[in-house]
Design a protein around this ligand. Structure first.
Ligand SMILES: Cc1cc2nc3c(=O)[nH]c(=O)nc-3n(C[C@H](O)[C@H](O)[C@H](O)COP(=O)(O)OP(=O)(O)OC[C@H]3O[C@@H](n4cnc5c(N)ncnc54)[C@H](O)[C@@H]3O)c2cc1C
Length: 579
């Protein structure tokens, strides 16, 4: 629509503003208002960049307006036209797999449309460090537009902040719903749209497993996203500060400052180690009034770090449980005396009185929980199975009640409801079943990568572990495969059946690493627990761990952030402001 010539100049606006109202001037003002209203409507119609050029011929406004969700036919992009447009590659998810794929894709061959509820990739191996302020949140989040710049520049490539709700593989279409952070009254209602694809890559990851245990979803915090880490940090600092306020009982203080981690896999162990470091270095200095009340308990049903060999596991256990030396001497001595002289509380009191700085509550706590001398700085390892979670306590299967102020749940991952809902064959464990070329068999042009998929039993290959290194390498492999298909003219829907795919995906495990706090880590570079190769633990491993992850951080910007954060934490301690 043409813009009317009544459009105001700065001088006409100032004239209207400063002169007294006369009938002529009122007339001029009315015509200006009419011009303005016409301009705003024409500007809205002219706003051409969204919807994208291929949008189905329907009102743009109804496409982006929340009311569109009431329509039975979701609006969206139009299918691509072979010969006129590039094929469209739709990627679901911005995790390790999806982002590595988008980084490697040749955007002269494909338009890339990414659909994900978050606009960044999370560098998960360093996420635990952000919970206590060793690193800042931004250091581990990489915007997807930096990973694949075409997504915010190229005419047919887009990022849509949305969640995929369903896939019609026959129609080559995905159905999505926007993510609008819709909580408050003025929040936008989410709306639906559809995106036809030529090639679809499902990289939607997995979800934390709760094993159906009641109360977990309501009261525990998972550790998978940056907002989880933010919530953990806020809760931890809140509890520390509340514990310092007059009027709180010792019992309540102990509860508030009891941090419980469920799950002894690498994430649970690394988080416990970070917490322990935070307590030793920062809580002892800056929350000295409450330092004797804070504890970390790690509850695991079996062995911690079961993917590592016995020697490394034992080392990790020892490191985690290590307590502060001067404290430990008091505690061990107190415990020995306690055992020698009987178990009456009076005796215990007398014993404790002889040890300056020793806190009676701690000794009782230790005995009650039947574990050896672990206090302020050491992580208490408890073998147990959680039966239920209540607002302030966990119930174990043997009936033990464990009060907590902060509960972090990290017991591994399983298929998300979205993945389970897809009508595709599944691998053992319920992930999307794929063949050796990462294709979803039975349907054309659909691939899956990362934690959301696993090899079908018919391939004779095991389901690969839910690891970043698997996801990343699958993403890289698939980018190469799709580029080859695109170069040979098979990019458009249903046109790749005759194309030679080349070598299948082969996974070779590069090894595992986990930090256990206090400048110590485990590094196991063997293919499996029983294979030959390098495996070590201690300070050198910690140095390798940090160097390896620093080089793996996706961009130079974040690499710089991470290095500066580590240096700042080393020199000044962690940031304890609750923002
Ligand atoms: C705290 C932590 C530490 C870890 N440390 C390590 C480590 O040290 N080494 C290692 O190898 N592995 C580690 N892992 C595991 C590793 O992060 C995962 O294996 C990896 O992230 C899997 O990548 P992915 O792309 O498959 O899924 P994710 O990285 O989980 O990404 C999934 C993406 O899909 C999006 N999504 C979800 N549902 C939908 C939907 N319906 N529609 C569209 N998008 C959707 C999500 O928002 C996300 O962007 C760690 C994991 C965590 C949580």
């Amino acid at each position: 629509m043409r813009i009317t010539h009544h459009f105001l100049t700065a001088s006409s606006l100032s004239t209207l503003r400063f002169l007294p109202p006369t009938p002529q001037r009122r007339g001029a003002a009315m015509s200006w208002l009419r011009a303005l209203s016409r301009f705003s409507s024409s500007a809205a119609e002219r706003r051409p960049r969204f919807p994208p050029p291929g949008l189905v011929a329907a009102s743009y406004l109804s496409t982006i307006a929340p009311s569109a969700s009431t329509s039975s036919q979701p609006l969206g992009l139009a299918p691509t036209q072979p010969g006129k447009e590039k094929p469209r590659l739709v990627v679901l998810g911005t995790g390790w797999a999806g982002c590595r794929l988008m980084k490697g894709i040749d955007t002269s061959l494909y338009d890339v449309v990414c659909v994900s509820p978050r606009n960044h990739m999370v560098f998960t191996p360093l996420l635990a460090s952000t919970c206590v302020g060793t690193l800042e949140f931004r250091s581990v989040a990489e915007p997807v537009a930096r990973i694949q710049p075409a997504i915010s520049r190229a005419p047919g490539s887009y990022f849509f902040l949305a969640r995929c709700k369903g896939i019609d593989a026959d129609e080559h279409t995905v159905f999505c719903e926007t993510v609008t952070d819709g909580d408050g009254e003025d929040a936008l209602e989410p709306w639906s749209f559809k995106v036809p694809y030529d090639k679809l890559v499902i990289a939607a990851g997995a979800e934390a497993t709760t094993f159906g245990i009641p109360g977990v979803k309501e009261y525990a915090i998972f550790l998978r996203e940056v907002y989880h880490a933010q919530e953990i940090r806020r809760r931890l600092l809140l509890n520390l500060m509340l514990s310092d306020v007059p009027g709180i009982t010792d019992e309540e203080k102990s509860r508030l400052l009891h941090c419980v981690v469920i799950g002894g896999g690498p994430t649970g162990v690394e988080f416990s180690g970070e917490l322990s470091d935070f307590i030793i270095r920062d809580v002892h200095q800056r929350y000295a009034h409450v330092k004797d009340f804070i504890h970390v308990t790690l509850i695991e049903a079996n062995e911690i770090l079961s993917s590592f060999d016995v020697r490394l596991r034992q080392y990790a256990t020892k490191q985690l449980m290590k307590y502060k030396k001067e404290k430990s001497e008091y505690v061990i001595s107190a415990s020995l005396l306690f055992m020698m002289f009987g178990s009456s509380l009076q005796m215990l009191d007398a014993t404790i009185a002889n040890f300056k700085g020793l806190n009676q509550r701690n000794v009782i706590f230790a005995y009650e929980l039947n574990c050896s001398f672990l206090f302020q700085s050491g992580v208490r390892l408890v073998r147990g199975v959680v039966k239920g979670v209540q607002p302030q306590k966990i119930i174990l299967s043997d009936g033990t009640e464990v009060p907590y102020g902060l509960l972090v749940w990290s017991t591994g991952v399983g298929p998300s409801p979205f993945v389970s809902s897809l009508p595709f064959p599944k691998s053992p464990g319920g992930r999307i079943g794929i063949d050796e070329w990462l294709r979803v068999p039975c349907v054309q042009d659909v691939f899956a990568v990362g934690d959301c998929c696993g090899f079908l039993e018919s391939t004779g290959k095991p389901v690969l572990p839910a690891l970043a290194q698997v996801a990343e390498r699958q993403g890289k492999y698939l980018a190469g495969l799709l580029n080859r298909i695109g170069r040979r003219g098979g990019g458009h829907a249903n046109s790749a059946s005759d194309i030679e795919l080349g070598a299948p995906f082969v996974y070779r495990h590069l090894g595992s690493m986990a930090t256990v706090g206090r400048y110590k880590a485990l590094v196991d570079l063997r293919q499996s627990k029983d294979a030959k190769g390098l495996s070590l633990a201690g300070f050198v491993s910690w140095f390798i761990w940090r160097s390896a992850y620093l080089t793996r951080v996706v961009s130079w910007r974040n690499r710089f952030y991470v290095a500066i954060n580590w240096l700042t934490t080393f020199v000044f301690g962690r940031d304890i402001s609750r923002i």
